[in-house]
Design a protein around this ligand. Structure first.
Ligand code: ZN
Length: 127
C-alpha cells in the first residue's frame, strides 16, 4: 500500500499549484497585473493575494477570492483588502466581495481526496 501523504504536504502542493494558476490567469504575455495597484511584473515576481485570508478554508481555493498581487501590496500593505474588495466588485458584480466575506465564515471541510482532486485539476489546467 502506498504511504499516506500528510495533510500538510497536500495543502502545500495545492497552495502552490493554485497560486501558479491564479498568476497565470491574471497575466498577459507573461506579464502579470497587480489587482490592487496595477503594476505589471513577470509572473515569477508576483504573488496570489487572498481577499479573505488563507486561514479561512472555505475561500482559500476560491478563484474569485484570489487575485494576482505584487509583493508590495500583498506582504507589506496587508493585502490592501479594501482595494481588493473594490477590484472584486468591479470584476464580477457589486456585492461579490460581501458574498465572499459571508462564504469565508462558513465552515467547509475538504477531505484529502477532494484536495488531491483539486491538485489534479490545476495540474491539468497548467499544462
Ligand atoms: Zn500592487
Amino acid at each position: 500500500m502506498a504511504k499516506k501523504r500528510s495533510r500538510s504536504s497536500i495543502v502545500k502542493q495545492l497552495d502552490s499549484m493554485f497560486s501558479k494558476f491564479i498568476r497565470q490567469r491574471d497575466s498577459d504575455n507573461e506579464l502579470c497585473t497587480c489587482s490592487t495597484c496595477g503594476v505589471k511584473k513577470p509572473i515569477k515576481e508576483m504573488q496570489a493575494g487572498h481577499f479573505m485570508s488563507r486561514s479561512k478554508y472555505s475561500t482559500r481555493w476560491d478563484e474569485e477570492n484570489v487575485h494576482a498581487q505584487c509583493q508590495g501590496c500583498n506582504m507589506w500593505q496587508q493585502g490592501r483588502q479594501y482595494e481588493m474588495s473594490i477590484y472584486i466588485d468591479q470584476n464580477y458584480y457589486v456585492g461579490k466581495a460581501e458574498e465572499l466575506l459571508r462564504k469565508s465564515n462558513r465552515t467547509t471541510k475538504f477531505s484529502d481526496a477532494e484536495l488531491l482532486e483539486m491538485i489534479k485539476h490545476y495540474k491539468e489546467l497548467l499544462k
